[in-house]
Design a protein around this ligand. Structure first.
Ligand SMILES: C[S@@+](CC[C@H](N)C(=O)[O-])C[C@H]1O[C@@H](n2cnc3c(N)ncnc32)[C@H](O)[C@@H]1O
Length: 255
């Protein structure tokens, strides 16, 4: 059984995590972080925190261990149609507005970004909502770009095989229409929905990677920025603003 992380060790560890992964844990998260780290240390069969800290700062292996820790600490909890009101807003307000703005311009591309997509449920839900909301879908190019800093989450999202847990709250008719059964209790989104989505590893605090995202019409970034410190929230929001399609941004001086 490993010893409990002291508050001093927590602060060193927290600062290292922030620098290496952009994750920030305030002091009120001390007990939670200490529990996760103690469980990880015992899983690895290491005697103490200082030994674990050496792994985290070594050149060999630190990247993998930091990625594992990030998943454990940021709880990739998600599900299809999470927060139903957001999806209603996309279907009933945002997409009709985009279609109307594009009418007559010849612009027939819609790019949606799921930023901090975890295992992909949010991105595939966007695909389903788009598919249900655009009557002449075949005439549109739909791109859903889904990003997360966790390689394990991205790999699971690309596999696209989900258990019942991901479907809590999903109406049976939607599940029947948009998902195919893989085997007992496991389902995957229909091929046309999967084809709309592209996954990519990306840290939302990596300015260079963020600046490559451009001409985006809609950004979903939900249950991610809660892990960031205020200046990092501002950096991410500024990057999101730069990524939006300029046609959507207000002209300076207009209301
Ligand atoms: C709770 S899940 C949210 C999933 C989905 N957006 C939802 O609301 O259902 C949080 C995700 O944010 C990701 N994440 C945390 N910090 C990140 C960062 N700096 N860059 C990219 N993704 C990050 C985690 O890996 C995790 O998969």
């Amino acid at each position: 059984m490993s010893e409990q992380l002291t508050i001093g060790e927590f602060r060193v560890f927290r600062d290292h995590l922030q620098e290496a992964c952009g994750l920030y844990f305030a002091e009120d998260k001390y007990s939670w972080v200490a529990r996760v780290v103690a469980a990880r240390i015992s899983e690895l069969g290491i005697g103490c925190f200082s030994e674990y800290q050496r792994i985290l700062t070594s050149s060999a292996g630190s990247r993998d261990e930091l990625a594992t820790l990030a998943v454990l600490l940021t709880v990739g909890e998600t599900c299809f149609f999470r927060n139903r009101d957001h999806w209603r807003a996309l279907a009933e307000c945002v997409l009709p507005w985009i279609l109307q703005r594009n009418a007559g311009t010849g612009h027939r591309r819609i790019r949606i970004w799921s930023a901090g997509c975890s295992t992909g449920e949010e991105a595939y839900t966007a695909g389903i909502v788009v598919s249900r909301s655009i009557p002449d879908l075949a005439r549109w190019s739909i791109e859903i770009i889904a990003t997360d800093r966790s390689p394990a989450a991205i790999a699971a999202a690309e596999r696209a095989v989900y258990t019942e847990h991901s479907f809590r709250g999903v109406p049976a008719d939607i599940k029947a229409e948009y998902f195919e059964k893989v085997d007992a209790g496991r389902y995957r989104p229909r091929a046309d929905i999967r084809d709309m989505v592209r996954f990519q590893e990306m840290n939302l605090l990596d300015r260079t990677a963020m600046d490559r995202m451009c001409d985006v019409d809609v950004i979903f970034c939900r249950n991610v920025l809660i892990y960031f410190e205020a200046p990092d929230v501002e950096r991410a929001m500024a990057s999101f603003h730069r990524s939006l399609r300029s046609a959507w941004l207000p002209v300076p001086g207009s209301r």
